[in-house]
Ligand binder design. Structure first.
Ligand code: AHG
Ligand code: MN
Ligand code: MN
Ligand code: MN
Length: 335
């Protein structure tokens, strides 16, 4: 069997000039995420053997019970980014407020902010099902040399300079974009190196998988109910197959490889949706668009939404281009 020989490290160096800003800072951010991903991957793989499963005993600002791995992954990613003096601010699902990073000479000289969901799919940790990490990188909008402000984090997704995810699955993969397509790297755990395994990843234009938590069906908007019935009806290439893991990263990753749509709509339980615009939807939307797919809130392009708060939630429709467009048609018809 032929094995990929290009490492993520080599890929980053080769593509540095293709980055919008080639000061090397963005490359160093990706390098830090690579390192933190390896540390978390190692821990995730030992879940069950060490005391890392179960609840941590605290709630986060989302009102969710934090899991031990939520807290651990959050620490690892924050410390790795802080230690390397490369970002001026970090926002995370697990922190109420953003973190200001002064930098080595306390001069606030760094240019980028990172927003992240350190551990996605928390509810799957204890049952040995894939979890992930999602990240998004922006260039600050306030002047270098001053502390970051909320404004640096509340940028529309179109301003992202990089985004990606790590999936801790049957193997650990790091998938990311800097706006020049999407590439996936698989970790060889024996030597701790990521190799380019999925170059230029693309969503097929159409797909046969729909992923939604149908347990909430009764609470969904009429457009979503109608679209689900469309997916299930016997016509043309339908019915589609239903697949739902309950880890956004894993559900999107599968659908990108196989072709499909992921929906987390509004419901009476979650009137604004559940997923967070800044560190779940925007990075996934950037990846989806770069892979030829589409991401919407049912009516608008996700990446054009102007955020108003850090932990803002939005409904999310993401995946194969024609499938998302079809779902939007149903939303419009029922509105
Ligand atoms: P997180 O674990 O980061 O809080 O995210 C959970 C999200 C996402 O991973 C997943 O797609 C969704 O919640 C599942 O929600 P339901 O259990 O309501 O379907
Ligand atoms: Mn959570
Ligand atoms: Mn999440
Ligand atoms: Mn999370």
């Amino acid at each position: 069997m032929e094995e990929s020989t290009k490492t993520l490290g080599e890929f980053i160096i080769e593509n540095q000039n293709a980055f919008q800003y080639s000061s090397g800072e963005l490359s160093r951010i990706i390098n830090s995420i690579r390192l933190a991903a390896k540390v978390v991957s190692y821990k995730v793989n030992k879940a069950g053997l060490i005391d890392i499963t179960g609840a941590a005993g605290e709630q986060n600002i989302q009102g969710e019970d934090q899991q031990k791995l939520d807290v651990y992954a959050n620490e690892v990613f924050i410390q790795t980014l802080k230690n390397r003096e490369i970002v001026c601010g970090i926002a995370s699902e697990e922190n109420d407020d953003f973190i200001t990073v002064e930098g080595k000479d306390k001069g606030h000289k760094n240019k980028y902010v990172v927003l992240m969901d350190p551990l996605d799919g928390s509810s799957n940790i204890d049952v040995n099902v894939s979890v992930g990490t999602v990240f998004s990188v922006y260039r600050r909008v306030t002047p270098v040399g001053t502390p970051v402000t909320l404004e640096d984090f509340l940028q529309p997704g179109t301003m992202q300079v990089a985004a990606g995810y790590v999936i801790y699955g049957t193997s650990t993969m790091l998938v990311y974009t800097t706006g020049h397509g999407v590439n996936g790297f698989t970790l060889n755990p024996a030597i701790g190196t990521f190799y380019l395994s999925h170059p230029d990843m693309k969503f097929t234009k159409d797909g046969h998988i729909y992923s939604i938590n149908e347990g909430n069906y009764i609470q969904f908007p009429q457009g979503v109910k109608d679209y689900i019935k469309y997916c299930q009806s016997e016509e043309g290439d339908r019915p589609y197959t239903s697949r739902y893991i309950g880890s956004l990263v894993s559900d999107i990753h599968r659908n990108m490889i196989k072709g499909g749509i992921y929906i987390y709509p509004t419901s009476s339980k979650a009137p604004k949706g559940k997923l967070r615009l800044l560190y779940e939807c925007n990075p996934m939307a950037f990846i989806a668009e770069q892979a030829g797919g589409k991401a919407s809130d049912g009516f608008r392009r996700i990446m054009e939404i102007k955020p108003t708060e850090l932990h803002e939630r939005v409904p999310f429709f993401c995946g194969s281009y024609n499938m998302v467009t079809k779902a939007e048609e149903f939303m419009l018809k029922a509105s």
